[in-house]
Design a protein around this ligand. Structure first.
Ligand SMILES: *[C@@H]1O[C@H](CO)[C@@H](O)[C@H](O)[C@H]1NC(C)=O
Ligand SMILES: *[C@@H]1O[C@H](CO)[C@@H](O)[C@H](O)[C@H]1NC(C)=O
Ligand SMILES: *[C@@H]1O[C@H](CO)[C@@H](O)[C@H](O)[C@H]1NC(C)=O
Ligand SMILES: *[C@@H]1O[C@H](CO)[C@@H](O)[C@H](O)[C@H]1NC(C)=O
Length: 449
């Protein structure tokens, strides 16, 4: 397995280094023009014995404001469990997005304007990533993190300038589990490694995340009721279903608990009749099938350096099934650790009825952090981008919470420019994310470099 893809990878990278255009048949125009190709893409080996490998696409900063060796690097992890980060890449925050005619167009608010941006198909078995056998696919967050740590360290070794770059791990939905899982694992590993081998992790960001399911599953009834989607009688039905999900979770009957959560969401879907719970405004669901259609093109797969024999699925049912019993397991304790040791951003599109604002605030209150009381008392500030209302920001010390208006579950899809402003200001600690003491410290540190 290893031998079959490694030469491909080397040839592909060599083609890039020599600035040779990848071979694209000249008769039909490629739906992925040359200017839309990633800076680097291909495979990072996870297990050289079996051949399991993680697929990635990397886009260098378009207009970096710092030398590349100091330019922040954002890593994006898709949720699911089982969905490909190519959804994030080509439908949400990447520099080129698939439009309704299945060709790509520049994104007005890509997250790689001033930062490097790395998309990872995680875990193995998802998207273009290769799982040599189903047994090797992770069943829990510790194993997911272990693979990611191997892959990310390998990626950082691909270029000398990568090693020192500040790394921010971001993701959405079920990545509300992966992002804390990885951050926690990486910081614990760092403590055991010599300074030169540590990962320069500077923060984690979660969009519309599932992080503390037992708390979050209990919020749908009230949220739907006070938003006017269900009446009092329906609220009680939802509350009974939620109670089942909570009890099964308390009993550690994990798989049944996941099924019980699905019954809550199915009932809510039935009652509301919405096109999608991911965004109550939508008349049709998000069109993620466009990404599958786009990546079904063999020329596109070739140009990306993806294994051509892989039949691309936006979300892998097989991987989803293997992580079924993981869904209701909380990683809130990992966020307790992260908020004390790095910085954390939690943002939600306001119109998401699955993993939205109310659902996040419910578990944030429970964080075991000496400053949580102060955080909850902090002012929620009105956030504007180019003079227009964009949402609300609440920040205290290392924790930031953002409500993004006019967005559902896929925030960058719905608010490209505002989501870019959010991530840039959060990373650089500007605007509403500025913190005077931290800014002074940074000024002193950068002054001494
Ligand atoms: C790597 O693959 C081999 C062969 O399938 C397997 O025995 C081994 O456990 C794997 N190692 C890791 C770290 O997953
Ligand atoms: C797809 O649509 C965009 C505008 O939405 C247009 O600019 C582009 O030329 C179209 N591409 C094809 C192949 O039709
Ligand atoms: C898990 O829950 C199901 C459904 O309530 C029940 O039938 C089963 O006995 C439970 N399993 C365990 C191990 O408690
Ligand atoms: C930064 O440096 C200035 C002068 O060099 C010093 O007065 C100040 O206390 C330093 N600030 C921090 C936060 O270390």
């Amino acid at each position: 397995m290893k031998d079959s893809f490694l030469p491909h990878l080397l040839l592909f990278l060599a083609a890039f280094l020599l600035h040779l255009p990848p071979q694209i048949s000249s008769s039909t125009p490629s739906p992925l023009p040359k200017e839309a190709l990633p800076t680097k893409s291909g495979y990072l080996t996870i297990n050289s014995t079996s051949g399991s490998a993680i697929f990635y696409t990397f886009y260098e900063a378009q207009k970096p404001t710092t030398p590349l060796s100091e330019t922040p690097l954002l890593i994006w992890l898709q949720g699911g469990p089982g969905c490909s980060s190519m959804l994030g890449n080509f439908y949400e925050l990447g520099p080129w997005r698939v439009s309704s005619n299945v060709s790509v167009e520049p994104n007005p608010g890509p997250w790689n304007r001033i930062f490097g941006l790395l998309f990872i198909d995680n875990p193995i078995g998802v998207g273009f990533s290769i799982a040599a056998s189903p047994e090797e696919i992770p069943r829990n967050q510790h194993d997911v993190a272990k693979h990611l740590f191997i892959a990310i360290k390998k990626f950082l070794m691909l270029d000398d300038s990568f090693k020192t770059r500040p790394v921010y791990v971001t993701g959405e939905s079920y990545a509300g589990k992966y992002v804390p899982g990885f951050g926690y694992y990486a910081l614990k590993q760092n403590a055991k490694l010599p300074v030169s081998e540590r990962l320069n992790l500077q923060g984690v960001a979660i969009g519309n995340g599932l992080t503390d399911p037992i708390t979050q599953v209990a919020t749908h009834a009230l949220n739907a009721y006070y938003s006017g989607f269900v009446n009092d009688k329906q609220k009680k039905v939802l509350e009974d279903l939620q109670k089942e999900a909570v009890e099964l979770t308390q009993n550690r009957n994990w798989s049944e608990a996941t099924n019980a959560r699905s019954r809550v969401l199915d009932e809510l879907q039935q009652m509301t009749g919405l096109a999608t719970l991911y965004d109550f405004r939508r008349l049709i669901p998000y069109q993620d099938e466009l990404v599958a259609e786009f990546l079904a093109n063999v020329e596109v797969r070739k140009a990306l350096g993806a294994k051509e024999s892989i039949v691309f699925e936006v979300c892998s049912d097989a991987v989803g099934e293997l992580l079924h019993a993981d869904v209701m397991k909380s990683v809130r304790y990992m966020v307790d650790y992260l908020v004390k040791n790095t910085k954390v951003l939690l943002y939600q599109g306001h119109c998401d009825l699955r993993d939205g604002v109310v659902s996040t605030e419910a578990w944030v209150k429970k964080l075991k952090w000496e400053k949580i009381g102060e955080f909850l008392e902090a002012t929620r500030k009105v956030w504007k981008v180019d003079g227009k209302l964009a949402g609300y920001v609440q920040k205290l010390g290392s924790l930031s919470h953002v409500v993004v208006l006019g967005a559902g579950h896929l925030v960058p899809t719905d608010q490209a420019v505002n989501s870019q402003a959010m991530i840039e200001d959060w990373v650089l600690e500007k605007g509403l994310f500025a913190d005077q003491q931290i800014n002074k410290l940074h000024a002193n540190v950068s002054g001494s470099l």
